[in-house]
Design a protein around this ligand. Structure first.
Ligand code: GLU
Length: 511
């Protein structure tokens, strides 16, 4: 009985163990199979345009949200568009923006090379495979013949002429070195469909698609071929890119099918617009990351704003850190329609980030802008920071906000004529006459003491508070708009300069 029990106990244990192993394998398999892998595949053609940066950001956020990997691939097969130094710009932009790729040319993940020009031989090998599978064919047509294919509407559509060549004919031509391209063999009938994660079902009749070139006569692949081979070999699970590829994706899917490869999921992104009818384009300045930096946008604000161009979190929050974006990012929030890059909104968001800076942080970031202003160099940057933090939207606002520190001479005396404050030049003259000795006598330029002095002048002279503050502020700065009130300006200028300016303004008013 005891022996029987032991056998039973042992087999139960074995079954439990087997179940455990089985479950573990499933989990492991799912993990391996289901790993989310996204990629950013820029062409090195210059500065990082906002649209590219957004594509990059969404790929990163989607991967990170799902514990996946984010891959950087450099698509440099189009040598004519290649711009020297553009690869460095890509790296620098990603780094500055805080987008960290898990794999890329500088971080091998085992599916490289990650630069297309280093994968050239691979493409030819796979194109030949596709020819064998019937998904592509050699084409030897010369330019003259191709030009003659233009239909009445001027559109040239390749007529599958070379698909009729026999294997032997193809071999003869290849042996004798006739230049060739390899074209995709698209079925003439039927419809190709897929479900895009943003745009839903996309269907394109096969007869509307052309047998496009996959390998050019120089042996280089076209984007149309390389993206398929690379995304498959790099095990990309989700292709995230601009919607200009939405309608050519059925062509790519036909290749996946012909190879017998699993199709990735697609997330095509709506365009970023300049206004209601025009797309933002590289030709319109200010639309790249470096330009935004130069204008004095803070990196977290740029990233935050760009994330919101075409996506919104379910709670419609606007100010979000990278960590919050990662947490909240969801394809459901991506809109189908284009979104307008609204610089006023972007500036507002930036000002929210500026308000959170400490004076030291502000001084560090604002340094290049302070240096553009001769005036700033004469004053304490930290005092300027205190005044400017609540008042600038972008850091390039700084020089104009503090111009008055330098350009004091010859301002418009009509500024003292102010109906709202029941002010005129005569009253200003009186107020200045009373203020100058008070300012000369005190060495305490703290706001509190200056406020007390002003309160005394108000009381003794029977003035309105606004009249005295306005007069002193104008006399000190000569400017209608200043980044602070009378007492803050006096504190910034210091005693000697404040008194000098009050006297100067008094003399000018006297005429
Ligand atoms: N190199 C392509 C581009 O910059 C990439 C498109 C894609 O992500 O597939 O438009």
């Amino acid at each position: 009985m005891c022996c029987l029990n032991r056998i039973l106990y042992k087999s139960i244990l074995q079954i439990v163990f087997q179940i455990f192993v089985y479950k573990f394998k499933i989990i492991l398999f799912r993990r391996i199979k289901m790993e989310i892998r996204t990629r950013f595949a820029p062409s090195p053609t210059g500065f990082m345009h906002v649209g590219n940066l957004r594509t990059c950001l969404y790929g990163y956020l989607f991967a990170k949200k799902n514990n996946g990997k984010f891959i950087l691939r450099i698509e440099d097969t189009d040598q004519e568009r290649y711009v020297e130094g553009a690869v460095e710009i890509i790296y620098n932009t990603l780094k500055k923006a805080g987008i960290e790729h898990d794999e890329g040319p500088d971080k091998d993940g085992g599916v490289g090379p990650y630069i297309q020009s280093e994968r050239k031989s691979l493409y030819l090998e796979y194109a030949k495979k596709l020819v064998e599978l019937g998904g592509a064919y050699y084409c030897f047509c010369d330019k003259e013949r191709l030009d003659s294919l233009a239909g009445e509407n001027g559109i040239k559509k390749y007529d599958k002429h070379c698909l009729n060549l026999s294997k032997e004919e193809v071999q003869v031509k290849l042996n004798s070195g006739v230049p060739y391209v390899i074209r995709q063999n698209i079925p003439t009938e039927g419809v190709s469909s897929y479900v895009d994660m943003v745009f839903g079902e996309i269907s394109v009749p096969n007869c509307d698609m052309e047998d496009g070139v996959l390998i050019k006569s120089d042996g280089m692949p076209t984007y149309n071929f390389a993206n398929v081979v690379d995304d498959h070999l790099m095990k990309i699970s989700h292709v995230i890119r601009g919607m200009e590829y939405l309608s050519s994706t059925p062509k790519y899917n036909l290749m996946y099918d012909a190879f017998g490869w699993e199709r990735p999921q697609y997330m095509h992104l709506p365009p970023i617009m300049r206004d209601a009818t025009h797309k933002l384009s590289k030709r319109h300045g200010d639309a790249n990351f470096e330009d935004f930096l130069a204008k004095g946008y803070l990196v977290p604000a740029i990233v935050n704003y760009i994330a919101l161009l075409g996506w919104a979190p379910s709670d419609n929050r606007e100010k979000m850190t990278m960590a919050e974006l990662m947490e909240a990012f969801d394809v459901k929030g991506i809109s189908k329609s284009g979104s307008i890059l609204d610089e006023a909104k972007m500036k507002w968001l930036n000002s929210q980030y500026i308000k959170e800076l400490s004076e030291d942080e502000f001084v560090e970031l604002a340094n290049p802008f302070f240096e553009q202003s001769k005036a700033a160099n004469k004053y304490d940057y930290k005092k300027l920071a205190k005044l400017l933090i609540p008042r600038v939207e972008i850091l390039s606002d700084i020089p104009s906000k503090i111009d008055f520190l330098e350009e004091f001479e010859g301002y418009d005396l009509e500024l003292y004529e102010n109906k709202k404050n029941k002010m005129d030049k005569q009253i200003a003259l009186e107020i200045l006459e009373k203020s100058i000795p008070e300012f000369e006598e005190t060495d305490d330029f703290s706001e509190e003491n200056l406020q007390n002095i002003i309160a005394r002048i108000v009381e003794e002279g029977g003035y309105k508070k606004g009249q005295v503050y306005l007069t002193i502020r104008l006399a000190l700065t000569g400017a209608q708009m200043t980044p602070g009130g009378a007492t803050e300006m006096a504190d910034l200028l210091g005693k000697a300069e404040s008194v000098r300016r009050l006297k100067y303004s008094f003399e000018r008013l006297k005429g």
